[in-house]
Design a binder for this molecule. Structure first.
Ligand code: S3P
Length: 172
C-alpha cells in the first residue's frame, strides 16, 4: 500500500488550500473527501445533511475512506473536519499514511468562515459558540489521530505546506 499525506483538522484550517499546494509541490493528485462524497451522492454536503441527515453523511465518509484504502498511487488527501470523530475512521486514516493535523484557534475559524453558507454545522445560532464547543470536543481527537501537528493559524498556507514537507522529510 502507498503512503498518502492525510490532512485533518477543523473547518477553516486550510486543509483544501494546503492540500492543493502539497499536491502541486509533490506532483501527486489531491483527493478531497467532501468532493468525493458530493460526487457519490449527487448532492452538495448541505443537501445531504438536510435531506438524508448527518448520520447518513458520516456513513458515506466511512465508505469513502474504504474506497481510498484501495488506492495505489500516492496522493494528498484532504478530509472533512468531522472525519476523525469515528473510531473506525481514525484507524482507517492512520492506515492511509502520514496524518497531519492543521491546528487553528476558534477565533481564526470564525474570521475565515465569517461569510460561509455551505457548512451545515455552522448554520444558525451563535457561530462562535458552536465553533468553540466543537473544537473543544475535537481538538484532543485530532491530536490523538495525527502523527504530526502543524500551526495553521499564524502561518500562511504556503508556509504550512513547507513545514509539512520538511517534517515529513519530503522537502527535496
Ligand atoms: C464538517 C466539515 C466539512 C464537511 C461537513 C462537516 C465537520 O468539511 O465535511 O460540512 O463535521 O466539521 P471542511 O472541514 O472541509 O469544512
Amino acid at each position: 500500500m502507498s503512503e498518502h499525506i492525510v490532512l485533518i483538522g477543523f473547518m477553516g484550517a486550510g486543509k483544501s488550500t494546503v492540500g492543493r499546494l502539497l499536491s502541486e509541490k509533490l506532483s501527486i493528485q489531491l483527493l478531497d473527501t467532501d468532493a468525493m462524497i458530493e460526487a457519490r451522492a449527487g448532492m452538495t454536503i448541505s443537501e445531504i445533511f438536510s435531506v438524508r441527515g448527518e448520520d447518513a453523511f458520516r456513513a458515506i465518509e466511512t465508505d469513502v475512506l474504504k474506497e481510498l484504502a484501495q488506492r495505489q498511487q500516492p496522493a494528498v488527501i484532504s478530509t472533512g473536519g468531522g472525519m476523525p470523530m469515528r473510531e473506525e475512521n481514525r484507524r482507517a486514516l492512520r492506515e492511509l499514511g502520514s496524518v497531519v493535523y492543521l491546528q487553528v484557534k476558534p477565533e481564526t475559524v470564525c474570521e475565515r468562515l465569517a461569510n460561509d453558507t455551505v457548512r451545515p454545522l455552522l448554520a444558525g445560532g451563535d457561530r462562535r459558540q458552536k465553533v468553540e464547543t466543537l473544537l473543544a470536543q475535537r481538538g484532543p481527537v485530532y491530536e490523538e489521530t495525527a502523527q504530526l501537528k502543524v500551526d495553521a493559524d499564524s502561518q500562511k498556507p504556503e508556509a504550512v505546506a513547507e513545514e509539512i514537507l520538511v517534517k515529513l522529510h519530503m522537502d527535496l
